[in-house]
Design a protein around this ligand. Structure first.
Ligand code: GTP
Ligand code: SPV
Ligand code: MN
Length: 582
């Protein structure tokens, strides 16, 4: 098979030749193709079948032991001008990067099949969607791309109609971490990845295309590509407000996106609808509102901590047709991870007999891959080509101290400052130290494909005459007491915070203005059935003036890092906050 598009054929032929692949297979996305690939992977050991009684069509993949997370130190944005990538990215000269990658790709697919994977990010008929083609030698990547994107014949047809597509090249190489690079060429819409089979490094439609390349395109075309979940909150009157929320990796997007409201709310008729759990593309509509689509078609979610108590919707969608990566297994071959109340692991994520002395049974960044349609709260609105109108944008981080449970920005400019200045404790989603607080503007530190100074200016540019922008909030589910225990119960109870946001959007409560923004006023947060004592709630809603002055100083230093590219408006806004912190 080949394409009607000469450019695509020539590009595939070039890599087939360079890599020395034995065969070229163009993926059509069909059931038969998928079944054949699964058979192949069961034979090679790439996949291990899980218990067909409890988990039909579910498979376990054990990755190479040193290939379990994103590798930010090996991820580069290669622009002609170094400053365009900015201090927030690692940079390499594009020609040097291409030479390095060509040397790695040379002969790397000998004995392997080169798969050509056409995919569409977003509903196939959406004007907001964008397409790409990934070349890969990993059948595991193909199987994941099939769940995570609209992959196959329909995407190829759109690509042939449009004539443009993002070109992604991927080879697992020899999985040697010293020969691992994830390169981005935003100026030519290209991605080159080598040496890793892990999610964000290898499923090129996801972070590489839908965030790094797309954020660059979005800036040129007047839209935003963000690391955000999208959910709908339906109230008892049947009206639905859509909210997009940016939290850094492994900080609660999947959980919030498919939240089940607590008792009381459910009976009253509140519902949460899931549009997306990781990436949001949004642009202003004719009415001035921001419209959002989820460019993905599946979830690549964190397994540990997922249980019937924390995320029942996720648990329900993981009983069939799912791929589990680096989880543990029970004696009867069911997937297992820390946080599940039942079951006993017998083999850990590396396939060793489970021994607590070796650490957790499931890798802390073990993940599931599953089609979005399997989520009980998935809404048909996620397939709407026009997207959903946003009522609120939420930023959030993992901060054990300082940052209150929730506050609202004074206006759009202040909201952009809140997003730019946010920080979070690092997690196992990327290699490196865990639990270290770092600035992670808009949760995009690892994903913005260009200079953060320009990115902040782009965010500010949406505030123009006629715009009906969403309100901006900041949340923190992760405050701890002196004993290290979370102060806020989180998960389903986060509904209480969402309800307050909707009340603010509808101007139903006045809130309580503080130097850092508007917090819930006395009695505004619904506490019915909430299991938390008054002192803890007070701590969660307290603004520590002294500590915030230090934070404001740290944010100013951080914004200085982007030099002249940081918009002056952000410093002026920060001054406003500083003047009120007395
Ligand atoms: P990526 O897929 O890496 O972008 O992550 P994510 O933001 O979707 O994170 P996810 O929802 O998978 O959550 C990561 C971890 O945080 C899981 O172990 C969750 O159990 C935990 N978590 C999520 N929400 C809450 C919450 O409200 N409170 C607490 N304490 N933990 C939470
Ligand atoms: C993240 O790390 O933010 C993820 C997983 O969502 S990955 O696709 O690997 O980036
Ligand atoms: Mn993510």
């Amino acid at each position: 098979m080949s394409s009607k598009l000469a450019e695509l054929n020539a590009w595939v032929a070039h890599y087939a030749d360079l890599t020395g692949a034995d065969r070229v297979h163009w993926c059509d996305g069909s059931e038969e193709e998928s079944a054949r690939l699964v058979e192949l992977m069961l034979g090679s050991g790439d996949l291990i079948a899980l218990n067909p009684q409890t988990h039909p069509n579910c498979f376990l993949h054990r990755s190479s032991v040193s290939d379990v997370a994103r590798v930010e130190h090996l991820t580069f944005v290669c622009t002609a001008n170094r400053d365009d990538a900015g201090p927030n990215n690692h940079w390499m000269d594009p020609e040097q990067a291409k030479a390095k990658m060509a040397a790695l790709y040379k002969g790397c697919m000998k004995g392997r099949t080169l798969y050509v994977v056409p995919y569409c990010m977003g509903p196939i008929d959406s004007p907001l969607a964008r397409c790409g083609v990934e070349i890969t030698d990993s059948p595991y990547v193909v199987a994941n791309m099939r769940l995570m994107t609209r992959m196959g014949a329909a995407a190829l047809a759109r690509i042939e109609r449009e004539g443009t597509f993002v070109k992604g090249v991927h080879s697992t190489g020899d999985l040697n971490p010293d020969r691992r690079f994830i390169m981005h060429f935003p100026e030519e819409l290209g991605i080159q990845s080598f040496g890793s089979g892990y999610g964000g490094n290898a499923l090129l439609g996801k972070k590489c295309h839908a965030l790094r390349i797309a954020s660059w395109q979005a800036r040129q075309e007047g839209w935003l590509a963000e690391h955000m979940l999208i959910l709908g909150v339906e109230n008892p009157q049947g009206e639905t407000h859509y909210i997009a929320a940016a939290f850094p990796s492994a900080c609660g997007k999947t959980n919030l996106a498919m939240l089940i409201p607590p008792q009381g709310y459910r009976e009253a008729g509140w519902k949460i609808w899931t549009v997306g759990d990781d990436i949001c593309w949004m642009r202003p509509g004719a009415d001035g509102r921001l419209y959002a689509i989820n460019p993905e078609a599946g979830y690549f979610g964190v397994a540990p901590g997922t249980s019937a108590k924390t995320n029942p919707n996720a648990l329900a969608m993981l009983t069939h047709d799912a791929i589990f990566t680096n989880v543990a297994v029970t004696a009867d071959n069911q997937p297992w991870w820390e946080g599940l109340p039942d079951g006993t692991p017998v083999a850990d994520w590396q396939g060793r007999a489970f021994d607590p002395a070796n650490g957790p049974a499931a890798h802390p960044n073990s993940r599931f891959t599953v089609s979005a349609r399997q989520c009980p709260s998935y809404t048909p609105m996620a397939e709407d080509p026009q997207g959903v109108p946003l009522s609120a944008i939420v930023f959030g981080g993992r901060r054990e101290s300082l940052v209150p449970l929730v506050f609202e920005a004074r206006d759009w400019t202040h909201g952009v400052l809140v997003g730019a200045g946010m920080a979070s404790e690092t997690t196992a989603a990327a290699t490196g130290a865990v639990g270290v607080v770092r600035r992670d503007s808009m949760a995009m530190k690892p994903f913005a494909g260009y200079n953060f100074g320009d990115y902040f200016a782009h965010w500010l540019s949406f505030d123009k005459p006629g715009a009906k922008l969403p309100k901006i909030f900041h949340v923190n589910w992760f405050r701890k007491n002196a004993g290290g225990k979370f102060l806020w119960p989180g998960f389903g109870d986060n509904m209480r915070v969402l309800e307050w946001m909707i009340k603010r959007v509808k101007n139903e409560v006045p809130g309580h203005a503080t130097a850092i923004g508007i917090l819930p006023g006395e009695g505004e947060l619904n506490r019915d059935g909430l299991n938390i004592d008054a002192a803890d709630l007070q701590a969660l809603l307290h603004v520590d003036t002294h500590a915030w002055r230090t934070e404001v100083g740290a944010i100013a230093d951080y914004l200085e890092e982007f030099g002249e590219r940081t918009p002056a408006a952000l410093f002026e806004e920060l001054d406003k906050t500083a003047r009120q912190l007395v």
